[in-house]
Write a protein that binds this ligand. Structure first.
Ligand SMILES: *Cc1c(COP(=O)(O)O)cnc(C)c1O
Length: 375
């Protein structure tokens, strides 16, 4: 057996050769802007943040967090079932439930922890999960952790989902169909109403991950379980699940990532609640972000953006990285997304738009993309 450091170095060398090694950079927000970032001493306009509504830097959201920090301290001090259930949770959960039209909501430590707790609490060995081919990695991790059989249907392909339901549903006592609402790396939308119809026909529960839809795309169907994150359009941190009161009561006891993890810092809850309030009062923020994305898809003759995310698929990891580097030279941050985040051969630039981007910034992006994608 090699020394552990040698083992790690060899593994890194292989990743490096495949252009799949990942490195951390320090990214600092530029004062007075929610879309400009400083990295390695350079100043960029970022199309690489998930803060689609500009709420991470909103003065009210910051003030709410600061007030909670001063009043309640830095951390929760314990898991919520012990003494970490500070008074900021109840209004946050009430707001989330109301926004999703659900009876109740439960806030977790993060979106990842939410999926990791919820899915194994609902299905287990002997059960079956039907998941879209492109669902977020944490849904796959959660499905594997659950021990249920995992069947993947082709992306947004309802005929394939039905074929799998026909073939495999009857073998298991419980079945869960799970999808992203807005797909994080493609920016397209799941056909939730069709999924709900199939679920009814084949007797399955339904769940959607709304990490990239909150405040941007209205849910178009009633599902059993909605989950999402407070770290993207809500600008703060944390995860949540919405559903019936019975579901929430059950998860409070049965979701292990809820039971065995410390509550969120009070400041994160307060900032998230403030962000949701701004989101409600200024609901045009979502459509502004989508309109900016559509301006780019129109200008570049790409399929019309449906959300605040657009993919520019370039194929190999190397091509995506090269394009990202060329944009950086032009003062623009757009991350190259590579396998295993996306399927092999579909490495891409992922552009994320915020309601805070100016028309001039988007025009500069269009001009830079026209140069970079042609050469
Ligand atoms: C980001 C993301 C998550 C994880 O949420 P975090 O709060 O960042 O842990 C889950 N699902 C999807 C689709 C996401 O994009």
């Amino acid at each position: 057996m090699p020394l552990l450091t040698e083992h790690c170095e060899a593994a890194l060398a292989i990743l490096e050769a495949q252009h799949l090694r990942r490195n951390l950079r320090v990214s600092a927000r530029v004062e007075d802007s929610s879309v400009e970032i400083e990295q390695d001493g350079h100043h960029y306009v970022s199309f690489a943040c998930n803060d689609y509504l500009g709420l991470r830097a909103h003065p009210e959201v910051i003030a709410a967090g600061a007030k909670a920090l001063a009043e309640h301290g830095a951390g929760a001090g314990a898991s919520r079932l012990v003494t970490g259930n500070h008074p900021l949770y109840a209004p946050l959960e009430a707001k989330l439930a109301a926004m999703k039209g659900s009876e109740a909501a439960l806030v977790f430590g993060s979106g990842y922890l939410t999926n990791l707790g919820v899915i194994p609490a609902l299905v287990g060995k002997g059960d079956v999960i039907f998941a879209d081919k492109l669902v977020h990695a944490c849904i796959i991790d959660a499905a594997q952790l659950s021990g249920a059989r995992l069947m993947r249907f082709r992306h947004n392909d309802m005929a394939h989902l039905e074929q799998l339901l026909k073939g495999y549903r009857a073998e298991s006592p419980n079945a869960l169909i799970v999808t992203d609402h807005v797909f994080s790396m493609d920016g397209d939308i799941a056909p939730l109403a069709d999924i709900a119809t199939l679920a009814e026909k084949y007797d399955a529960w339904t769940m959607a991950d709304d990490a990239h839809g909150l405040g941007i795309v209205e849910p178009a169907a009633e599902l059993d379980v909605w989950m999402g994150t407070l770290s993207k359009s809500a600008g703060a941190y944390g995860g949540y699940v919405c559903g019936s009161q019975a579901l929430i009561n059950y998860l409070t006891t049965a979701a292990r990532s809820f039971v065995f993890s410390t509550g969120l810092p009070p400041s994160a809850c307060a900032s998230a609640l403030s962000a949701l309030t701004v989101m409600e009062h200024e609901s045009e923020r979502g459509s502004i972000a989508i309109a900016l994305a559509q301006r780019v898809t129109n200008a570049l003759c790409l399929p019309r953006a449906q959300t605040s995310i657009i993919p520019i698929i370039l194929g190999e990891a190397e091509a995506a990285i090269a394009a990202s580097e060329k944009l950086k030279e032009r003062g623009i941050l757009a991350v190259a997304i590579r396998p295993p985040t996306v399927p092999p051969g579909t490495a891409r630039l992922r552009l994320a738009f915020s309601s805070e981007h100016t028309d001039a910034q988007v025009d500069a992006l269009i001009a830079a993309l026209k140069e970079v994608l042609v050469c």
